[in-house]
Design a protein around this ligand. Structure first.
Ligand SMILES: Nc1ncnc2c1ncn2[C@@H]1O[C@H](COP(=O)(O)OP(=O)(O)OP(=O)(O)O)[C@@H](O)[C@H]1O
Ligand SMILES: [Mg+2]
Length: 435
């Protein structure tokens, strides 16, 4: 184990222990080691969770139960019994592990546990953490209650930063809060290729995801984005399902589902975000994700080959509107959507099931020049953002067009105009003040 991993596993006393670190800093592996050591104690009931059950199964549970390249799983096969329907793992001769996603905490009911492991704590709300605290009551001699978590850094305004004193000038809430911080560069087991890829990150993303720091930036593009307000599992009563795609191969292929309610509010509800995906695989993902083939689908118009494949699959696909300044105008549409319209309900929310989009929203930055910030974003941390931007250009990007006069005399003119496209109306009346 890496020295900081040893520190984390050895600290058996601190009640609220956090391993905070960069991408691939060895967080999940350490968390699983500690979980194993505690759960081996007869009588132990240790909870293991993440914001969503799906993300837990895809990542942490794999580290616990499956080999990772040449590395063996943390729990050796044959030493436990796994009941998948009850989501329990009983260690032979020891205690048990209950695992779940915080997207379905109702199942917890009256669980009485000895400790709790949480992966990617940064995705959880303070209310989630408080709820978990209420479930750790069972006493087993020699096994002090412990909440041990791992996570990537987030912005310094995040509740985790406040609680563990990670914001600038901050201090932990008390002696029972301790954080161990690790950078990706400390993980000597990572390949040079992987580290070289990480070195490509810049700005706030480099500081957070390579160095592992809880930093903010005065150049953040979505500085109005707040997890408390904009990230919610609350679904909208959807009247329309929409899909948007930013294709990639070396970069992640980013696919999103978006729900629109009758007031036009948008909730980005599902995410697929993965590099190395072929067009055929992406079509399969869309087939699985889409409510039906007639739902609107917007794809980067610079990807005609993929658009053609979507057409062949029978999807109602459109190339995203692009033009001069389309990035800037799209960003403005998104910033407007994030604003509180006065009723406390922003017109765009994101589901916690979209962690990569949330991460991008918190790290997408304006480029810098010697004399300050440029009116141009850094071309990084923008795959999920671009996909969502394409769809906002469709939804909100049309020239706002309102016929003010409703008088009798205008009726004929209105009828004539309503059969024209916006471009035709624009050509017919270039002086109207379109911009
Ligand atoms: N003690 C170790 N011995 C050998 N390899 C390790 C060790 N710890 C971590 N690794 C390697 O580093 C990789 C990253 O580890 P891990 O998944 O625990 O990191 P993470 O910080 O949770 O990453 P992410 O940011 O993706 O959640 C693993 O795939 C594993 O190959
Ligand atoms: Mg991890």
């Amino acid at each position: 184990m890496l020295p900081k991993q040893v520190e984390f596993v050895r600290d058996v006393r601190t009640r609220h222990l956090l391993y905070s670190g960069a991408f691939a800093a060895g967080k999940s592996r350490t968390l699983c080691w500690k979980l194993r050591m505690r759960a081996e104690k007869p009588g132990a009931v240790e909870m293991l969770c993440r914001k969503t059950l799906e993300s837990l199964k895809k990542s942490t549970l794999r580290t616990l139960l499956e080999p990772d390249g040449e590395l063996p799983p943390i729990l050796e096969p044959g030493t436990y019994t796994h009941n998948k329907s009850e989501k329990t793992i009983k260690i032979h001769g020891g205690g048990e592990i209950l695992y779940f996603g915080l997207d379905d905490p109702a199942k917890l009911g009256s669980v009485n546990a000895t400790g709790c492991a949480i992966d990617e704590l940064v995705d959880c709300t303070e209310a989630d953490y408080t709820m978990l605290k209420g479930r750790v009551r069972m006493k087993v001699p020699g096994l002090p209650h412990q909440f041990y978590s791992a996570c990537n850094p987030g912005p310094p305004s995040h509740w985790v930063a406040t609680a563990w004193g990670l914001d600038p000038g901050g201090s932990p809430m008390g002696d029972n809060y301790r954080v161990i911080q690790a950078s990706a560069l400390e993980n000597v087991f990572l390949s040079d290729d992987y580290l070289a890829d990480l070195e490509q990150l810049t700005g706030v993303a480099y500081e957070r995801y390579v160095l592992g720091k809880w930093v903010g930036s005065d150049g953040l593009i979505f500085d109005g984005f707040q997890r408390d307000t904009h990230v919610t599992s609350e679904r909208l009563p959807a009247v329309e399902y929409r899909y948007c795609v930013d294709p990639g191969y070396t970069d992640p292929f980013a696919i999103y589902e978006r729900e629109v309610d009758q007031d036009g509010r948008v909730h980005t509800s599902r995410e697929f975000y993965q590099p190395g995906v072929t067009h055929a695989d992406a079509i399969d993902v869309l087939r699985e994700m889409m409510h039906d083939r007639t739902c609107p689908l917007v794809v980067d118009s610079a990807e005609p080959a993929f658009i053609e494949e979507c057409q062949r699959a029978g999807f109602a696909v459109k190339g995203a509107r692009k033009g001069p300044d389309s990035i800037l105008s799209g960003i403005q549409l998104m910033q407007q959507r994030l604003r509180d319209p006065g009723d406390g309900k922003p017109r765009w929310t994101i589901n916690p099931a979209c962690p990569n989009l949330i991460r991008e929203m918190e790290s997408y930055e304006w480029a810098r020049s010697n004399d300050g910030l440029k009116e141009k974003p850094v071309d990084a941390n923008n795959h999920g953002i671009d996909a969502n931007r394409y769809d906002f250009a469709e939804l909100d990007g049309g020239t706002p067009f309102v016929f003010v006069s409703a008088g009798e005399g205008d009726r004929a003119g209105r009828k004539e105009r309503s059969s024209m496209s916006i471009a035709e109306i624009r050509d017919a009346d270039p002086e109207w003040g379109w911009d």
